[in-house]
Write a new protein. Structure first.
Length: 274
């Protein structure tokens, strides 16, 4: 296992040698950087996802709240279909800043984000839509209650809306037929919103303001396992990937912004504003 702290020290030494490098691009004034994290390289199952609603008066309007209803997507040969995506995964992170003119780094995330409990969570699948035919779903009537379904789309099982839909009225009323994941129920567990330092509610992208000459150092490594009860079928151990943006624009950094797959693999990089 590689150590984040060791990699950060190597980066710090490199930064000292770069401090007088006038070939760096000139950037002036206060700037905001944003960091997001993804767990990549996983293959997950696809679902046909429907917006369901109860309609007992036949006016094709919801009698109450709508809900998601999910069925595993199968090929014409009856084989489960899958696709690559990012999945929510726990990881450890350190984000430090070296103020301009100084040499000692200071943490700019709370202790909750830099412990060994891997409280941070990578982003969910962000795919807006997956193209392909989705069959219409006829109404389902249970105990005199009629449910209808519309707006069919294809989603991965790692899409946040799918993972957050851990129950629906149809699955609750008839768990024998519709209670299993992919048989109506969309998810068995929702890990919560993605983000860095989730106990304080900081979501992606993680925002920090840098002054001219400040250096930010980022180090992260993934947990061996995903969140308890994740429910994604047989996910391989993903790698970590990060995006570092300055005032909304992705910039080049010193170091690496991605890691190999496998438990304990790490990434570490730095950036100095000029």
């Amino acid at each position: 296992m590689r150590s984040i702290s060791r990699m950060a020290c190597v980066l710090l030494l490199a930064l000292v040698s770069l401090s007088c490098d006038t070939t760096q691009p000139l950037q002036f004034g206060e700037q905001g950087f944003a960091l997001d994290m993804r767990a990549t390289g996983t293959i997950v199952r696809l679902m046909n996802v429907y917006t369901g609603f109860e309609d007992n008066d036949g006016d094709n309007q919801p009698d109450g709240e709508t809900f998601l209803f999910c069925l595993w997507r199968m090929s014409a040969e009856g084989i489960a279909t899958r696709g690559p995506t990012s999945v929510p995964w726990n990881y450890y992170i350190e984000i430090s800043r070296i103020p301009a003119g100084q040499t000692e780094p200071e943490l700019i995330v709370s202790e909750a984000a830099v412990n060994d409990e891997f409280a941070n969570l990578t982003e969910y699948d962000q795919t807006d839509s997956i193209f392909g035919p989705v069959p219409l779903l006829p109404p389902i009537t249970i105990d005199g209650r009629t449910f209808k379904f519309e707006n069919p789309v294809i989603r991965t099982e790692a899409w946040e809306g799918v993972m957050a839909a851990t129950s629906n009225p149809v699955s609750t009323l008839d768990p024998a037929n519709y209670g299993a994941k992919g048989s109506g129920r969309c998810s068995v567990f929702y890990p919560g919103p993605a983000g860095i330092d989730r106990p304080t509610g900081v979501a992606y992208p993680f925002p920090v303001t840098l002054d001219k000459g400040d250096t930010v150092i980022v180090g992260a490594r993934r947990a061996n396992d995903g969140p308890t009860g994740l429910g994604v079928e047989n996910p391989p151990a993903p790698g970590l990937a990060s995006t570092f943006k300055l005032d909304g624009v992705a910039v080049n950094v010193n170091g690496t912004q991605s890691s190999a797959a496998g438990g304990g693999e790490a990434l570490s990089f730095s950036y100095t504003t000029r």
